[in-house]
Every structure is written in C-alpha cells, then in structure tokens.
Write a protein that binds this ligand. Structure first.
Ligand SMILES: [Zn+2]
Ligand SMILES: [Zn+2]
Length: 298
C-alpha cells in the first residue's frame, strides 16, 4: 500500500480516517495531534520543568522522545524523567528505563518502593494477594511520583496514557456507575502536581509504532500481577467494538469532555477526601493505603 500523501510505502493504515501513511507522514500526523492537544489544554508554559513518568514501556519511552524533540529549541522549558522501581521480580528492569533516558541524553531520577516504603511490590502481593496488589501499586506509584516531583521542583508530570487508556477509563466509570468521577475535571492543588497526557488523543497502535521508530529497546515485559478482570473486560469490549465502529473511543473521550463542561456543579457537590480532595466520604481508599504503607510498611 502507498502513502496517501506521497506514494511512498505505507507503514500504517488509519481505520478511522481511511488514510495510509508512510513513516514520515505518520510521524508528522502523530506529532501534530500531540502538539494540538498540548496547545488546547495549555500544557506547556515558559519556566516549566516537565518530568516524564518513565516506566520504560512503549508509551512513556515514546513520550520522552517526543517531548525532547518538541522542546529542543526552547531554553525556557526543562524535560527530565522519573523512574520508579516497584520491586517486581522479572518485570520492568529499571535498567531499561534509565537506558532509554540515557539514549535521549535525559536526566533520570530513580527511586524504589523498597527505599521509600521499606517494602517491595512482591512483598505486598505476598501479604495482600494479587487481587489487591494492583490497587496498592497504582496508589503508591502515584504518591511517589508526586512526592519526587515536588522534591525536584517539577511543575508538570507527563504520563504516556493514550486514547485506548483514556476511553477505557471513561467506559469503566460508565459501567461502574461513577458519574462524579466522569463529570469532574482533574483536580489540582493541595500539593498535587498537574498531570499532562500529550498522547491522550492517539490510538495505542500508533504510539507503539512511534516507539518502534524512536525508542528502540523499550520494555515489552508484562506485569505478573496484572489482575484487574474488570479493566481487562472493558478493554476487550472496546477492542472488539472499535474494529467495527472506528470512532467509538473518540466518542467516549468527547462524552467526558462534554460532561466536564456541563456537570461540574453536581460533581462538586460530592464530598471530598479530607486529605487529598478526591471525591469520597471521610478519608479515601488511596489515602488509607498510603498511611498504612508509610507507617507500617503494609
Ligand atoms: Zn508519505
Ligand atoms: Zn484521599
């Protein structure tokens, strides 16, 4: 197949646009969309220090490359990376992430659950069972990312989430009946570093292809504890649905955007966690997990 723009050989077919792209035009298309999202959300400003949450997987590695390229002519913006070693045997060798950062000549701050919490995720999974370990991992990872960002004067945390992640999250909240989470916009303040997601409007397949071209050697291992059946089913459902209805994921993201604009008053009536401001009664589950682990080591 030939590229629709230049007749070179195509590397990608976009079902939702009906276009074939060669490597060069694919790259231009992806970067244009990511830049558009950054402009639309006002995610980049003079004086910013943006830290990429670099796990070493396709998305975070591609994001580090993209942000470095985007800001290569700007002396008023700093990009670095934060890598967290959760302590999971056989998964996410932190050497891969630091290697990716070194390839892009980027500063990479490395911390581990063990040094910060005195416990590894292997030990947490052993104590709590693998049904709970994903929740513990996510909560502690976010808590640590935020803390390290504050320690290093980071102004924004960049996450590699793509369209597949964003749409799955919207669908999950619909199916679990969480209108308050769907309708609120991301909360900042209270010591929470703002998160930016430049790839949020780009399908995973394209982000992975971009990583193949620019972040060779990224981590392809899968977490042995990955055991969230609901999440897995939602993703399966969306994969299946999208093969026949190409714009489904965009529609879900559009729904979230519209709800953010129209329902914020109702969402703001929900009581918030006394410690972190997430919608909940009393103290939220995340804050309870954090105090459990920081005071007793799980
Ligand atoms: Zn082309
Ligand atoms: Zn909380």
């Amino acid at each position: 197949m030939q590229c629709n723009k230049c007749r070179r050989e195509a590397v990608l077919f976009q079902e939702y646009s009906g276009q074939h792209f060669c490597e060069q035009h694919f790259e231009a298309d992806l970067e244009r969309k990511a830049k558009h999202e950054i402009r639309r959300q006002r995610w980049l400003a003079a004086g910013d220090h943006i830290a990429v949450a670099l796990s070493g997987d396709a998305n975070s590695s591609a994001l580090l490359y993209f942000l470095k390229k985007l800001t290569s002519n700007r002396h008023d913006v700093r990009i670095s990376a934060i890598t967290i070693d959760e302590g999971i045997t056989g998964f996410r060798d932190p050497g891969i992430a630091t290697g990716i950062a070194r390839l892009s000549d980027m500063e990479c701050i490395k911390v581990s659950f063990l040094e910060r919490f005195g416990i590894t995720l292997d030990e947490i999974a052993h104590q709590k069972g693998i049904t709970l370990s994903c929740t513990y991992c996510r909560v502690l990872r976010n808590f640590l990312l935020n803390g390290i960002a504050i320690e290093h004067g980071v102004t924004k945390l960049a996450l590699g989430d793509d369209l597949d992640d964003g749409a799955a999250s919207v669908m999950k909240n619909i199916l679990q009946g969480n209108p308050e989470i769907l309708a609120r916009s991301e909360r900042t303040g209270k010591g929470k570093i703002p998160r930016i997601r430049p790839f949020i409007s780009i399908p995973h397949k394209e982000v992975a292809l971009y990583a193949d071209f620019h972040a060779r050697g990224y981590d392809q291992s899968r977490c042995p504890y990955n055991n969230e059946p609901f999440e897995k089913d939602v993703r399966g459902l969306l994969n299946d649905f999208t093969t026949r209805h190409h714009s489904t994921r965009y529609a879900l993201m559009g729904l979230k955007k519209n709800l953010n604009n129209t329902c914020c008053t109702n969402a703001d009536l929900v009581p918030y966690c006394e410690r972190c401001g997430e919608p909940t009664n009393g103290i939220c589950r995340s804050c309870r997990i954090i105090s459990e682990v920081t005071t007793h080591g799980a």
